[in-house]
Structures are given as structure tokens and as C-alpha cells.
Design a protein around this ligand. Structure first.
Ligand SMILES: N[C@@H](CCC[C@H](N)C(=O)O)C(=O)O
Length: 261
């Protein structure tokens, strides 16, 4: 059987998108999802998303890491699926959708070669502050560590060591490294479920901005990632509660095609 797919990327975090409103793919088919994301034997992506019907919402987002496992929230994926819904004509300049972590609003600005998507993320609470790290859930779990510079820094090696340490080995965590520059922040991320450094991670950039906000007493950051630039805004209620979190950046359709499944 052949199915149609679309490939999108948001600051280099890349995804296979499938319009699953007619249930053409079973979300339980882990092997197939892993195969479609494989960079040698499949289409190749950090993750796969199914756009599905959801009563009371424009659509449901189901996100899978490239290992085929249904994962927690993906911020860049959220921005890309909003662009996908816009290109399919499901939404105009606004969206309200449901994902694994709850409902999300989004705003769309068409820039011809890409779509600028502002995505409202969940409120963040229960923030852990350690000697040299922050740990929080921004839709997905994120460990954030500040480093002096990204020059010659090995995100894969250092990220993997934290992701597989005694505390995180079983459940996994995403690991972000943050350095400050004149523009704002530079962030690199090791992602669980991809088990590699990705070019960008939306929920990771949000966790990095919230952590940096405590250090710099700010509520708005411009962020550089390996795959491009993002912006994060939020409102700090107190040391444990962050509300009105927005992740803003480009989402681009790369190509579409059909694949045998
Ligand atoms: N790339 C994502 C995060 C995807 C989920 C993560 N790998 C996990 O399993 O926690 C993003 O842009 O937020």
C-alpha cells in the first residue's frame, strides 16, 4: 500500500507528517514509524507526527520520536504541524489543537517560503534548581546546564552521559547546554528517543530560556540553535511557576511524496 507523506523542518528539527484523519496509520505500529524515520532505509526524520481529528479542536497532534515510541510534547513539531494544518487548509491564521500535554493555541504568519508560527506552550511548574543545572517539564522533560562556550563543546558526548546516568537511564531525559552571547542564548540539545544531538529542540529551548530567565532576570530571549533562530517569551509568576509561554519561529515544508508501507 502507498501513502502520502509530507516532510517539514523547524529550525532543522525534521519531521515526517501524515494526514491521519482517515486512520491510515495505526499509532501502535512502532516498527513502521521507526522505519519511516530511518535516514538510510526510510524517509529520514527526528520524529513523525500524525494529524488526527479531535472533537472541539482543529486537530489532534500525535508525536513519535524516531525510535518509533509515542513521546511527550515536541515544540518544533507543534510549530510544524500547525504549518501543515495551514497548508492543508484546516486552519487559517489561528489554531487550537490538542496534544499529549494538553491544548495549544497557535498563530500563523505566512512568509511565502516558510510559515512563522507562534505556539503557546503549557505552563511550567515544579522547577528543580541544582548547583549547576535546572530540571523541568516544558511538555517534555529537560535538563539544562550552562557552559562557558559552545566552541569545541561535544553536545553528543556530554548529553549522552547525563541522559544515561543513574537518575535518568530508565525514563530518559533531554539534555540542553546553554551559553550566553550578545544576541541572547545559544542552545544545543541531546534528545532522548532520537538518542543524538538534534539541530534544535523547541521544548528544550523553552526550558533553556526559563532557566536563563532566573539567572538574568529576563522574560524574553532570542535563541540560536544549530538549525536556526527561535524566540521564547514567558511570564514568571514565582520561582516555581511560569505562565504564558510562547515559542516563536519558522516552520518549512521541505517536500512531499508517497511511500510504500
Ligand atoms: N524535538 C522536540 C522534543 C521531542 C520529544 C523528546 N525527544 C522527548 O522524548 O522528550 C521539541 O522540539 O520539543
Amino acid at each position: 500500500m502507498q501513502i502520502k507523506f509530507w516532510k517539514y523542518q523547524g529550525t532543522g528539527n525534521d519531521f515526517v507528517l501524515i494526514d491521519n484523519r482517515n486512520n491510515i496509520i495505526s499509532p501502535d505500529n512502532k516498527k513502521l514509524i521507526e522505519h519511516l524515520c530511518h535516514r538510510r532505509f526510510g524517509i529520514g526524520a527526528d520524529g513523525l507526527m500524525l494529524l488526527e481529528n479531535a472533537e472541539g479542536y482543529d486537530f489532534r497532534m500525535r508525536y513519535f520520536n524516531s525510535d518509533g515510541g509515542e513521546a511527550s510534547m515536541c515544540g518544533n513539531g507543534g510549530r510544524c504541524i500547525v504549518a501543515f494544518a495551514y497548508h492543508l487548509g484546516i486552519i487559517n491564521d489561528k489554531a487550537l489543537f490538542i496534544a499529549v500535554d494538553g491544548e495549544h493555541e497557535a498563530l500563523v504568519k505566512d512568509q511565502d517560503s516558510f510559515v512563522q508560527v507562534s505556539l503557546k506552550m503549557i505552563n511550567v511548574s515544579g522547577i528543580e534548581k541544582g548547583e549547576s543545572h535546572y530540571y523541568m517539564n516544558t511538555g517534555s522533560p529537560h535538563y539544562v546546564k550552562f557552559i562557558d562556550s559552545h566552541a569545541n563543546f561535544d553536545t553528543f558526548k556530554n548529553g549522552k552521559a547525563i541522559r544515561y546516568n543513574e537518575r535518568f537511564a530508565e525514563e530518559g531525559t533531554n539534555v540542553n547546554f546553554v551559553s550566553f552571547n550578545d544576541e541572547g542564548l545559544q542552545v544545543s540539545t541531546y534528545e532522548r528517543g532520537v538518542e543524538d544531538e538534534t539541530y534544535s529542540c523547541g521544548t528544550g529551548v523553552v526550558a533553556s530560556a526559563i532557566s536563563s530567565g532566573f539567572e538574568k532576570n529576563k522574560e524574553h530571549f532570542k535563541i540560536t540553535t544549530k538549525g536556526g533562530n527561535l524566540e521564547v517569551r514567558f511570564e514568571r509568576i514565582d520561582t516555581q511557576n511560569i505562565n504564558n509561554v510562547w515559542l516563536i519561529g519558522p516552520a518549512t515544508k521541505v517536500f512531499s511524496g508517497t511511500v510504500n508501507i
